[in-house]
Design a protein around this ligand. Structure first.
Ligand SMILES: *Cc1c(COP(=O)(O)O)cnc(C)c1O
Length: 498
């Protein structure tokens, strides 16, 4: 199956090319040429292991790779790397289910995709005989950065530069990144918020393509953000494993519909759910949960996307996003793959900071999606009440999802089971989580973690505990306007050893 940009109908490329390019030269995002042509039978995922389901989904979406290549990639990405063989277990909590996506090496849901992406890139480089180095540029709201560093450190033929908002990530997230070892890694703070970092990265791609800035330098850029189709596809898998685990435990009969509630920022996670639905999974509603930065809630409820609004720093920082990149892919599908109209909307967004979709498109979106938001006060209340009532400790992002799930159930009286996606370990956000369950706040992260552990009995992920006492080795800081210079300078440096 070929892939194409959301913004034109001229250029078709193979999946390895799409993975290596990351973003299309016209600024659009790569999409399968025809998602409805993908051959997939979800009933076959029942009874499969997580790794087998991953092979099935990846093989269907990336059919340029042989079954053997896919098998090897899946095995190398996941075998023995997660806390459980299920990779992403689904557990009952009260009347809902929680799909735990944070059991990977960095305790964030980003691990599911970022364990796979280096495998995909390495296989794609081989397939296309790429000799230039692949330099991964990544903007992070906290979790992508560490998960990408973990995936790419010391991977031959690649280098990785991570930009994070200087004051926009949790202390543990920062510690995870600035202590990263490896001979091909670079971590740099940006004076600005996540949107500044993400916009900066997109601008670097454009400047490099338009002006041939890397010609003769032996390097090509790629992206580990969810604009890369190689990030999105591995995330489709857990929608199927969650569904089949409910079938296997006889909570539902095969064919019955379920709801998924997704704490959303860049719209990658929930979009993967929509892809799963397009591949045949019986989904009632995909529920988009936002924090106080509720730009997506407004969009799904009114059809108007307006990024010109106050930016709030919340206790769920991975969702502090006003320009939600992957929404472009949903628009493309909802506009029946009309790339001219997508390009028009995206131009409006860039020039005027907003666009409004027509009533028919909005209705189509609302037939699949539901949206609501939850502010910090209610996030903390939710962590406390879910813990008190069910003894389940969730992180701030998951709490936003849980709160919105309850709003959704009240508003729609849905009969279908509700699966809340849990996107991070509570120990990555110890301040808010500790406060919510009545632990006195302290600046000492590690003391907080052990107090939460003493009170709840929830195990501290080993790798987070090990951060204690590790030295920061990345201290670079850049103005947001200087990100391009920083990257060009870094690419010019021979030795990156740390
Ligand atoms: C990235 C992230 C999200 C948001 O996911 P998107 O795919 O960007 O919508 C939610 N929670 C956590 C903990 C994250 O790291």
């Amino acid at each position: 199956m070929l892939y194409k940009s959301t913004r034109n109908d001229k250029d078709y490329i193979t999946s390895p090319e799409a993975v290596l390019k990351g973003i299309a030269p016209d600024g659009g995002l790569y999409m399968p040429r025809d998602l409805s042509a993908v051959k997939f039978d979800y009933t076959k995922t029942v009874g499969k292991t997580a790794l087998q389901t991953a092979e099935y989904v990846m093989g269907a979406m990336f059919d340029d790779f042989s079954a053997e290549e896919i098998h090897n990639m899946v095995y190398a990405a996941y075998h023995g790397k997660f806390e459980t063989d299920e990779l992403t277990p689904t557990v009952p909590v009260g009347d809902n289910y929680v799909l735990e996506l944070f059991r990977g090496p960095t305790s964030a849901f980003k691990d599911v995709a970022l364990s796979m992406l280096p495998q995909l890139m390495t296989a794609s480089r081989k397939k296309l005989n790429v000799s230039d180095e692949t330099v991964i540029l990544t903007a992070t709201s906290g979790d992508t950065g560490k998960a990408a560093l973990e995936g790419f450190h010391d991977v031959d033929g690649t280098k990785i530069i991570v930009f994070y908002p200087e004051n926009g990530v949790s202390p543990i997230q920062k510690a995870q990144m600035v202590t990263q070892e490896g001979n091909n890694v670079c971590v740099c703070a940006v004076k600005g918020n996540f949107d500044d970092a993400q916009t900066g990265v997109k601008k670097i791609f454009k400047a490099v393509t338009d002006n041939g800035l890397l010609k003769g330098k032996g390097a090509e850029l790629s992206s580990a953000n969810s604009i890369n189709i190689g990030r999105l596809v591995p995330q489709i898998v857990y929608y199927f494993t969650a569904y089949s685990s409910l079938v296997e435990s006889k909570k539902i009969n095969i064919g019955e519909k379920v709801n998924f509630v997704v704490p959303t920022g860049n719209f990658g996670d929930i979009l993967a759910g929509y892809f799963a639905k397009c591949l045949g999974l019986p989904v009632n509603k995909l529920v988009c949960a936002s924090n106080a930065n509720d730009v997506l809630t407004e969009f799904i409820n009114t059809g108007r996307y307006n990024r010109v609004r106050e930016f709030y720093k919340t206790v769920s920082p991975s969702m502090d996003i006003l320009v939600s990149s992957n929404l472009e892919r949903l628009l493309y599908l909802m506009l029946d793959c009309d790339s001219t109209r997508v390009a028009e909307y995206m131009e409006k967004l860039e020039k005027h900071g907003e666009y409004t979709v027509d009533a028919k498109t909005l209705e189509k979106i609302r037939s699949v999606f539901y949206a609501a938001s939850c502010d910090d006060e209610n996030t903390e209340k939710t962590i406390g009440s879910v813990y008190d009532e069910y003894g389940y400790l969730c992180d701030t992002h998951t709490a936003v999802g849980w709160n919105v799930a309850e709003q959704f159930k009240k508003a729609t009286k849905t009969d279908c089971p509700v699966i809340v996606l849990s996107t991070a370990s509570p120990y990555k956000f110890s301040h808010a989580v500790g406060t919510a369950i009545g632990i006195e706040d302290t600046a000492d992260e590690f003391r907080l973690m052990s107090e939460i552990n003493a009170k709840t009995g929830v195990a501290i992920p080993k790798r987070l505990a090990e951060l204690k006492g590790k030295k920061a080795i990345h201290n670079d800081v850049t103005e947001k306007e200087k990100m391009l210079d920083f990257v060009l300078g870094k690419i010019g440096e021979k030795q990156w050893n740390r």
